[in-house]
Write a protein that binds this ligand. Sequence first.
Ligand code: CIZ
Length: 301
Amino acid sequence: MVDLVMEIQRLKQERNAVILAHNYQLDEVQKVADHIGDSFYLSKVAANSKQDVIVFCGVRFMAETAKILSPSKTVLLPEKDAGCPLAEMITAEGLRSLKSKYPDVPVVCYVNSSAEVKAESDICCTSANAVKIVASLPGRKVIFVPDENLGDYIAKQVPDKELILWKGHCVTHAKVKPGDVNQVRELYPTAKILIHPECHPAVVDLADFVGSTSEIMRYAKESSESIFVIGTEMGVVYTLKETLPTKQFFLLHPGLVCPNMKKTRIESVYQALQKNQYEIHIEAEYAARARLTLQRMLEVV
Ligand code: CIZ
């Protein structure tokens, strides 16, 4: 039987490739990755990497972001159907129609969006820098797409802004209800409950800490507490258990499993390197504008 880990290492050398894995990837994929992190961190790694080939273990918008920022590199998404329902909740046409109702209002798009939607926006953001990006814009009104839960969270952090929100949401984070938080508080009264801002506002209101995946991980590392309940995708619990073995981590809700993130298996990574699949191409028509939207974000944070 082929030792996939060894074969992946061999192909990586042969093809001068780097493997990037999002925090939400399966344990077996994180184990063969050269870098693990959120989409923003991984895109910066991709842009600065010396390798010719980037295998992006995540979902489509993440691999697209890496390609937009590194146009001369070959970017591979190991599972071609690994999409993001949230990113698919808005189209460029829908955004153009919203913009026509609010001329001159700047548009911030969450990184969970297609290249076409990015091209139609003024500046991009991730959950780690969304508050800073919105606060940096001139004027009172801001159009924020496509995650209305994250938008609601930002609006509360930047009260001098009026956010015009698109009605999109992450179907995985939306599974958590306030009752789930109350239940775990009873079960683990000393635990700190760390929640992603893609959860519903009524859930976010009950958190001890709200943050992106990288912020949740930093909080758990720096905290003097030892028990944590994690309100984001279960891949983060895997990384936390690996990196902080003396602390205890529990998943807030059993449904916090993104089926698209879990499509990528170690076999998919092997096939990606062996067959050069599935290569990301961005239409020239909107690649340059999408790059500007991402570069503006990089200038602020
Ligand atoms: O930006 C990312 O990678 C996502 C989708 C979530 C997060 O909080 O890291």
